[in-house]
Design a protein around this ligand. Structure first.
Ligand code: B3K
Ligand code: ZN
Length: 883
């Protein structure tokens, strides 16, 4: 309804942002080729003079309309040195008499210290910093703030020397010096034309560590990581990760860094993880700092992956950027794929893939199946910040991965080379990327491109039929309607499979319409229903399906429990093997859930618990992989499999399964736990990490057994690193052990001066499986160390609770929903972008049992009743209410 009103230009236009459509794309009317920015930074305000060289297209008599943010005060506007007539709209600056081109000088004044949205120029602690993606630059100056306007930037920063000794921007430093009255300046120039979203400035009292990297062609690049001087001892892992990223991109893609300087800055108040600004990456402290005392092994991996991700953007995002924000996955999906591959090459490829699949199943599939479902390339939006989603990022990466699999690694690399040869320095579309891949490989990707335009997770049903010696495998695909897309066309996808004979050996029967490769047989699925015939398949051989999770789909198959237990023992594909365990575990937990709902006794058969026996017997299993096999699917993922979600019963059933495992295998678990405990001191190598991973998982099981209290306490006290300490804390936080209060208090004492560690203290309590967690979370929201202003702290308590603690959030009292709704309204007044990112869990009401459903809908209405709601939250809450 609102769309029409807005498009017709009624009152709503002034009040609310307009929904915009991919189909309406037009090239920019104003193009800026060069811009010089002078920043005068003070404690009370900042004055910015922006001088742009521009040309115009289209009707030259029409006024020039620039994007101008709501926090911007326009002080003066000149065209070719002469004051120009101009007027201010809610989101625009209109300048008269611009003609065909010339020089535009705009002076603006802003108040960075009051900017709680953390977009544009703001202050974090004492430092000044910027975040311009997607539309933050318009909060600094009026500009054609869209990614297809690429300009060369020259920047001068003037600030107080004592409070801001460090002055940074993109590119190369060209001048610096004193100005008198305790002030100084620095000048920077970036030789690469870039969109405004990649502009960055940092000014503050920062320390740094330095290193160097020599590129393949011999360029010596200086690498700096800037941080609060107290945090400099936690920057080494990021620096090593950066050097590994630079080497990897040269080795795998032939891509070199292109400036003499690469700067990274760590910032405590940051909306997202990090930002790939040209030559000046800005990072959330959480994504760059790591030390054994403050970061878990997972945190170490995440720092490495994000450092890689932002570095890889230099080519996929910066050198070749997006034509418009609908194309966001052009850079994000591709760069996530690149960072996933980087991490796979640095650590365990098998384990990395399982982590990526878990993210899809527990975050992306729910998004794809709910009211906020959207295609990888959305075709409409009100607020682009609402589309930095797991669909655009992680499903987008799966789309690239499928292309990689369909055309093969060699053709994919050729496609990348062609993409850069064609588009370096340009702002392009997902179609341009697919065209490079199609041209380099000779493969027709026209049907494949439906992955960009159709939302929703396909369901594949795979069945077998034996005729004589042959087996016909039939694959059917179906994708349920999503909002705005009632009918789906079939997808083109790679389906990788194998066969395991009864003796556990892999076999490769001849197949019609498929192609055997080293890792399995590649079938290309294109139809709604398609059959493939495998010749001379020995009796009893078991198919291993969707190897490597070759397409982001839900899989249904006719594999029996016996088949799955067999694959769990013998399959050579790590994903398919793990998936066999996951499927058995899902069956067991959902079987118990159904019994609880119907008031029956739990089923006598426990297929997963039974299969685990063979795992403990297999002494050759890598401990990290064993840990993966023993980790049950999470409650969010399991909930997705229920017709009607009953979160309480599901939780109880999953707990019962964990208790069953702990009881049956207590002796094996205890023996293995003891054998894994470190003999020497802390190490960060693969073997030490794998041992910690398994020992800490076993600890969670053993904590459920008599004596668990003492074991957990001893584990906590012996911990000489965060991975072990947080594992014990998590077991404690779930429990009613006598030592619970003392250990939580001890952890608080240790962490109160380390914000990232304190975040963990909040998160571990928010994810507790105890029945009183919803009250506890409310209480913690009043804790003096809690604040809605710092996104990390907010997420550590609120998102951990609402997104990771399904049973707690869905507390039958409805208090979880109420708490979230109230928090969203409070945060919306401070930082609408962050408030909007909290909405999704309330929107998943359609699949929840009726009593909770009603309370969830009430909470959404409560949010929408707020008259001053931001466009950000309104867009998502309104869609969520519609279902
Ligand atoms: N490109 C940034 C995300 C910016 C988010 C703007 N709301 C981080 C990344 O994906 O690398
Ligand atoms: Zn990115």
């Amino acid at each position: 309804m609102m769309d029409q009103a807005v498009r017709n230009g009624t009152e709503a236009q002034a009040e609310h942002k307009v929904e915009i459509f991919l189909a309406d794309y037009e090239p920019p009317k104003t193009v800026v080729t060069d811009i010089r920015l002078v920043f005068c930074l003070f404690d009370t305000h900042a004055d910015i003079t922006a001088t742009s060289t521009f040309t115009r297209n289209g009707d030259l008599a029409a006024p020039m309309v620039l994007d101008a943010g709501d926090m911007l005060e326009i002080v003066s506007v000149k065209l070719d040195g002469v004051a120009a007539r101009h007027s201010r709209g809610k989101r625009t600056l209109t300048v008269e008499g611009a003609g065909a081109g010339g020089t535009l000088e705009i002076v603006t004044r802003i108040k960075p210290q009051d900017n709680t949205k953390l977009e544009g120029l703001y202050r974090s602690g004492g430092m000044f910093c910027t975040q311009c993606e997607a539309e933050g630059f318009r909060q600094i100056t009026a500009f054609p703030d869209r990614p297809d306007v690429m300009a060369r930037y020259a920047v001068r920063i003037e600030a107080d020397k004592a409070s801001c000794p460090v002055l940074l921007s993109n590119g190369n430093p060209v001048a610096s010096g004193g100005l008198g009255e305790g002030r100084h300046f620095a000048e920077w120039e970036d030789p690469f034309p870039k969109p405004s979203y990649l502009f960055a400035l940092v000014a503050g009292d920062l320390g740094h560590i330095t290193d160097h990297f020599t590129t393949a062609s011999g360029r010596r690049v200086t690498l700096n990581i800037y941080a609060d001087p107290r945090d400099l001892d936690k920057c080494d892992h990021a620096m090593e990760s950066l050097k590994r990223s630079m080497r990897w991109d040269e080795e795998v893609y032939g891509l070199e860094y292109d400036l003499d300087l690469f700067n990274i800055v760590a910032v405590g108040d940051f909306n997202m993880g990090a930002m790939e600004n040209k030559g000046l990456n800005v990072f959330n402290t959480k994504c760059v700092l790591a030390s054994p005392e403050t970061a878990t092994d997972r945190d170490y991996d995440s720092v490495e992956g994000i450092i890689g991700h932002e570095y890889f953007h230099n080519w996929t995002g910066n050198r070749v950027t997006c034509r418009d924000w609908f194309q966001l996955s052009l850079k994000e999906g591709l760069t996530v794929f690149r960072d996933q591959e980087f991490s796979a090459d640095m650590g365990s490829r098998a384990v990395k893939r399982l982590d990526d699949v878990r993210i899809l199943r527990s975050h992306q599939f729910p998004e794809d199946g709910g009211p906020l479902a959207h295609p990888v390339r959305p075709d409409r939006y009100v607020e682009i910040n609402n589309f930095y989603t797991v669909t655009v990022y992680n499903k987008g990466a799966e789309v690239i991965r499928m292309m990689h699999r369909l055309i093969g690694a060699e053709a994919f690399r050729k496609g990348m080379d062609l993409y850069f040869a064609r588009h370096d320095g340009q702002a392009v579309t997902c179609d341009d990327f697919a065209a490079a891949m199609a041209d380099a490989s000779g493969k027709d990707l026209s049907q494949f491109k439906r992955w960009y335009s159709q939302a929703g997770t396909p369901v594949l049903s795979v069945s077998r039929a034996r005729t004589g010696n042959d087996v016909i495998v039939t694959i059917e695909q179906e994708t349920a309607p999503t909002p705005g897309q009632p009918v789906k066309e079939p997808f083109h996808m790679p389906f990788l499979m194998g066969w395991v004979a009864t003796d556990g050996q892999a076999i490769t029967p001849v197949v019609t319409g498929g192609d055997w490769r080293e890792d399995g047989c590649l079938l290309e699925v294109r139809e709604g229903r398609q059959s493939f015939t495998f010749k001379d398949v020995p009796e009893g051989a078991v198919p291993s399906l969707l190897r490597g999770f070759s397409a982001p789909v839900r899989l249904k198959s006719d594999l029996t429990r016996e088949d799955l237990a067999f694959l769990l023992r013998y399959d050579s594909d790590p994903f398919a093997r793990w998936e066999a365990a996951q499927t058995l575990a899902r069956d067991q937990v959902l079987g118990v859930t159904a019994a609880l709902i119907e008031g029956r006794n739990a089923p006598a058969d426990t297929p997963f618990s039974d299969a685990v026996e063979s795992l403990f017997a297999d002494k050759a299993l890598d401990p990290a992989f064993l840990a993966e096999l023993l980790t049950l699917p999470g409650e969010v993922e399991l909930g997705q499999m229920m017709e009607v979600l009953e979160p309480g019963h599901l939780h109880e059933a999953r707990e019962a399964t964990l208790n069953d495992l702990a009881t049956r295998y207590e002796a094996e678990m205890r023996a293995r736990y003891d054998s894994l405990r470190p003999k020497g001191g802390y190490k960060q190598d693969g073997a030490a990490r794998a041992a910690r991973r398994l020992a800490n998982l076993l600890l969670q099981f053993l904590a459920r057994r008599p004596g668990g209290d003492a074991l957990v306490k001893a584990h906590y006290e012996a911990a000489d690193n965060m991975t072990d300490r947080i594992a014990a804390l998590s077991a404690v936080s779930d429990s009613d052990f006598a030592c619970r209060g003392a250990i939580l208090a001890d952890f608080y004492e240790r962490s109160k001066d380390e914000p990232l560690v304190l975040d963990k203290w909040f998160a571990v309590q928010a994810t507790s499986r105890r029945g009183d967690t919803v009250q506890k979370v409310r209480e913690l929201s009043r804790h003096p160390a809690f604040t809605l202003k710092n996104p990390n702290r907010l997420r550590s308590l609120v998102s951990s609770f609402t997104m990771l603690n399904q049973a707690g959030f869905h507390d039958p009292s409805g208090q979880g929903y109420r708490f979230l709704a109230e928090t969203i309204l409070a945060v919306d007044k401070i930082n609408p972008l962050i408030a909007a990112r909290l909405v999704a869990p309330l929107g998943r009401w359609a699949r929840v049992e009726p009593a909770r459903q009603a309370m969830m809908l009430d909470s959404l209405r409560f949010i929408l009743d707020e008259p001053k709601l931001s466009d950000d939250v309104r867009e998502l809450a309104a869609k969520s209410l519609k279902g």
